[in-house]
Design a protein. Sequence first.
Length: 318
Amino acid sequence: MINTANLKKRLLFVAVAVPIGFFVVNSRIDLLEPLLRLFDMGADWLPKDLIDTLYNKEKLPPIIYPGQLLALALVMLGAYEYTKMMSIFNKKNAFWLGHIWIFVMSTAYLINYSIPSTISNAMLLLIVVFEAFVWGKEAPQGRWKRASLFFLGTMFLSIASVSLMSLFREPFSTLFNPPAIPMMGRLDLIVVITAVFFCDSAAYFVGSTVGKRKLTSISPNKTVEGSLAGLAASILMMSICWIFLRNPEYPIITGIIMGALIGVTAQIGDLLMSLVKRYFKVKDASHIIPGHGGILDRFDSLFFAAPVLYLFAWLLTR
């Protein structure tokens, strides 16, 4: 049965969040334009090296997308929710060290500063070991289980953050050919996000109304009928939009494959988050979003789909 009271809260949140999200994702900040205007106005005192640095994408990208900053903010809130759930069993902790690591890794990617994976992974391992030995002496579920949960959660959220930001760049952006219209330049990302939410919504409504066969014991409310409806919704959404937005170099079937990847990974992400919440014995990650719960309750599907979509784009454009 559909909870009508909760549904009203969800729809109200969607009515507010969708226009704001559309604006943020399609916005862009050109770092060069104001400086070039100063040069045109005779501001020869500005150092030419500054302009050269901005043009050099290896040092600093000339275009900043607010959507990337929004993705980082969502992941950081998700990290806070995850470590707060862990804190139920571990009152004394330093899980905030993982937040710092995620922020540093994500910011480095945002400004195109390369940190070798061996160094970044070693830093995270040192943080986890340090936290486990200093604060985890009396962890009720065991020091190493605590460390494993801390490591895996932090690593996954870092991957989700970088993957979401990477969807604003090549190679993912080369798959699409959006119209050259102001505030429409990132319709590719809008379509992907919409496909993820269509998958969640179709699975919820169909499962709540006609679903009979239980999908898994992890989440008793999920049904086979709902899962198939979610998969069909994401494939249909991506396939239709792909026809109008695709790069002609790639075949029609590419949109179908992306829709299937979204439909599968989005639901896997939802199930895994349900498993995490069941382990920590909480219903919702938080109550920051009316009617939806927390960031991890609402965006878990997107966090799981983003890395797979980036990998798919990378393999397709090799």
